[in-house]
Ligand binder design. Structure first.
Ligand SMILES: [Fe+2]
Ligand SMILES: [Fe+2]
Length: 343
């Protein structure tokens, strides 16, 4: 239920705490100024959050049954990264503080007992809501800028229209199989979209040449990862995305480019994007090829596992393939058997 004072909609706050007295006290002191939602069960809170577009600020207790406050905050951040969150805890340990900072999920930390009747608390709620709107606006601008660049890349590349978006989508599916923070996932989401940004500075007559490429032309096309890395590194705000542009054609066996990095030298996000990029190329129609059938793609990826892509990234990809029902587990086992026999 959305309550309002006159025509002005009140900002919406959510408080999650298994101690019901805290929830009641919070509601009593805040409901004049804010629309308050409370929840004593973190799992239920997550469902409520998913269903409600209007929650600006979430206060979360740390020690609760089913899920810790930090876990809940991490899930919320994955759903909507610009939600302002405040930890309210009676167990402010050093470990919790370190973990929270590392995960970049909380905006503020409060130690229990908290006096919800104080002016400080009300002011903090208003500042938190303001922070939410600021973050939402800057998130919107950033998302728009990144999408604009991706559209330019896909337009430039012509026949691989929406390649960048498909690589992004598969990168995220694979990335979610790893224990990554919401911030790391965000970096992969944006970096995957811009992995081919270096193609913007490759001349059209080379990039779109239908026939065989000369050695020099190949060299120019193969300069796109380094060009992309340089482009992204030249903008302070986009620096974090550079490794996915620079290293998405590297291979763990050292035969990739531009640097011939080996194994662990290749950052995980770059390897994830590399596999998503490869999958996208094989599964799409191009002027010179039809889409490969799924069993052939999986066979090829298994064949080069450990050489072209790290084994754990291939494993994560196979999990997605099974979960989405592209192959039955028995079919995957068959393919694995034939690949290992052929090796
Ligand atoms: Fe590329
Ligand atoms: Fe690509």
């Amino acid at each position: 239920m959305v309550m309002s004072k006159g025509n002005v909609k009140k900002p919406k706050l959510m408080f999650v705490d298994d101690e019901v007295e805290n929830l009641d006290s919070f509601t009593m002191h805040m409901e004049d100024d804010f629309d308050v939602v409370t929840c004593s069960d973190p799992l239920k809170a997550l469902d409520v959050f998913k269903a409600d577009e209007n929650i600006s600020l979430v206060l979360i207790d740390q020690v609760m049954p089913n899920m810790t406050g930090l876990e809940l905050a991490t899930e919320i951040k994955k759903l909507k990264r610009y939600t302002t969150m405040i930890m309210v805890t009676g167990n402010a340990t050093k470990e919790l503080a370190i973990e929270s900072i590392r995960k970049k999920v909380f905006w503020e930390f409060l130690e229990k007992p908290v006096d919800f009747s104080s002016n400080f608390m009300k002011q903090l709620m208003y500042t938190g809501v303001q922070e939410h709107y600021l973050q939402k606006a800057s998130h919107g601008f950033r998302k728009g800028a990144v999408q604009l660049l991706a559209n330019l890349i896909d337009d430039k590349d012509g026949h691989t229209h929406r390649h960048s978006y498909r690589v992004q989508s598969w990168s995220m599916k694979i990335a979610k199989k790893f224990e990554l923070t919401p911030h790391e996932l965000m970096i992969i989401e944006e970096g995957a979209l811009l992995h081919d940004i270096g193609k913007i500075s490759i001349p059209d007559d080379i990039l779109k040449k239908p026939g065989r490429l000369s050695q020099l032309e190949r060299k120019i096309i193969m300069s796109h990862p380094a060009r992309g890395g340089d482009l992204l590194e030249s903008v302070e705000e986009l620096k974090d995305l550079a490794p996915m542009a620079r290293f998405h054609h590297e291979r763990p066996d050292g035969t990739g480019y531009p640097l011939g990095l080996k194994g662990e030298e290749i950052p995980l996000p770059s390897s994830i994007v590399a596999l998503a990029d490869f999958y996208e190329a094989l599964s799409s129609k191009r002027p010179y090829k039809d889409p490969w059938p799924m069993h052939a793609i999986v066979e090829e990826i298994l064949r080069v596992s450990g050489k072209q892509f790290p084994e754990d990234v291939v494993h994560a990809f196979m999990q997605v393939i099974l979960e989405e029902g592209h192959l039955a587990p028995s079919e995957l086992e068959e393919i694995k058997k034939s690949v290992s026999e052929a090796a």
